[in-house]
Ligand binder design. Sequence first.
Ligand code: B1M
Length: 213
Amino acid sequence: MSKIQEIGAAIESGKGKNVQDLIGAAIGGGLKPMEVLQGMIDTMGAVGEKFKDGQIYVPEMLIAARAMKKGLETLKPHLVGETGATIGKFIIGTVAGDLHDIGKNLVAMMVESQGFEVIDLGVDVKAEKFIEAIKANPDCKVLGISALLTTTMPAVKETLNAFVAAGVRNQVKVMVGGAPVTQGFVDSIGADGFAADAATAASKAKELNKRLN
Ligand code: B1M
């Protein structure tokens, strides 16, 4: 079994401490942090497939998610590195009704690595909470919304509508992402940017930050 496969197996069986030790050993042994990360993301994809096929249930997904988060804590310093002066603020949250946060946390991490100060509002973020954060941070120019469920995608549009009603829509560029989200969806709801993964999200955030400068 390769190091990456071992990390994947430990995530699937929920052995957080093991995951952390294996990641430390893999990086120490010369594996690139992005290679390790991709292996971990692939594992979560495989967990999702097993759930879809009825081989595992919600508790097993949760156990794997917890171990994945432990692993990300260990990987974070290797991915983010030292950042110098901040280039701007980035508000992010998972949309109302949605509890998935691993992808959001990764996006936050990568955006931070590009020099942004990240304001993470967490999961199940109602429009009002986003609006409060925009008002509290008038210097923030980019806001990210994560949605992992087809059933919570409409809430992204409702959130944007609430921004318009509250008069804050023009204050921020809005980037949307998450597994079911597509460029077409983002265009259809009038958001400003889409990114399929965390690395692309980081460069998109920089691009959007410049557009409002
Ligand atoms: Co859930 N779940 N889940 N789940 N879960 C999925 C998403 C699912 C695809 C599994 C499946 O059926 N194959 C499916 C959704 C189907 C759909 O709607 N299309 C699903 C379901 C159905 C559910 C429940 C409804 C199950 C139930 O209760 N019956 C339930 C809903 C709860 C709720 O939110 N209200 C539920 C619950 C859970 C857990 C709580 C058990 C757990 C989440 C724990 C947590 O996050 N803390 C969980 C998990 C772990 C998953 C899977 C297995 C893994 C998600 C993950 O972390 N992926 C997932 C299957 C899958 O994704 N294949 C699944 C790894 C992560 C790095 O990828 O989040 O896609 P991802 O993020 C990527 C990109 O999408 C992108 O960058 C990230 C990094 O590259 N990205 C952005 C994300 N946000 C972005 C924002 C951006 C830009 C890019 O800009 C702002």
